[in-house]
Design a protein around this ligand. Structure first.
Ligand code: GTP
Ligand code: MG
Length: 202
């Protein structure tokens, strides 16, 4: 299930512009700054294949990366970034949701949730929207390396994750599969790659 090679293919702002070779793909989505681009780099063992930033709003397009010449990882703009211009935010939100609804070769969405902070309503709402639209989903908890700080209410990542799981149960009959990760320690990397290979059937 390991990544042997990874190539940036293209940036698109409409589902129609995305690659048309029909290879299976997995998309990374979540709040701005949750660590989508960092996770992609961790999965492919490259430092700067996908561009990351301390400032939210870095990724602004649908970015396709071809893995082992046979499937795609897709990096997406984040949602919930209050400081981006309203027009840009609405635009990102529209094309990512259209992408989810129209992309036939999308095997599963990986919805990233920051485990270093308490559960946020915007994430529960996003999960619920994906569920209602029958978009297959895996939950990925990020930043599990981050320890207690004043700003996260003194909770450990494990406690935040448990709280999120309890809340999400109210939205789903069967809770989606979930994986704990860190792009700093590479926790969860093998688990995600194995899960993806099982979903692709090879
Ligand atoms: P947008 O493209 O703006 O939507 O953000 P993103 O979700 O792609 O986040 P990105 O990967 O750019 O990371 C945002 C910040 O979080 C960066 O400063 C990263 O170094 C940091 N970060 C990402 N993953 C982790 C992690 O697992 N642990 C820790 N401690 N920091 C992380
Ligand atoms: Mg990004």
């Amino acid at each position: 299930a390991q990544v042997v090679n990874a190539d940036f293919i293209k940036s698109s702002v409409r589902p129609d512009d995305c690659p048309r070779d029909g290879l299976p793909e997995f998309a990374l989505v979540g709040r701005s700054n949750v660590g989508k681009s960092s996770l992609l780099n961790s999965l492919v063992r490259r430092k700067r294949l996908a561009l990351t930033s301390k400032k939210p709003g870095k990724t602004q397009c649908i970015n396709h990366f071809k893995i082992n010449d046979s499937w795609y990882l897709v990096d997406l703009p984040g949602y919930g970034y209050a400081s981006a211009p309203q027009v840009a935010r609405k635009d990102w939100d529209e094309f990512t949701r259209n992408y989810f609804l129209s992309r036939d070769n999308l095997v599963s969405v990986f919805l990233l949730i920051d485990a270093s902070i308490p559960a946020k309503k915007i994430d529960l709402d996003y999960a619920s929207w994906l569920g209602q639209n029958k978009v297959p989903m895996t939950l990925v908890f990020t930043k599990c390396d981050k320890r207690k700080k004043k700003k996260n209410g003194g909770k450990r990542p494990e406690e935040n994750v448990e709280c999120f799981q309890n809340l999400i149960r109210e939205y789903f009959e069967a809770a989606p599969p979930w994986i704990m990760t860190s792009s700093v320690t590479n926790q969860g990397r093998d688990e995600i790659l194995l899960h993806m290979s099982q979903l692709r059937n090879y």
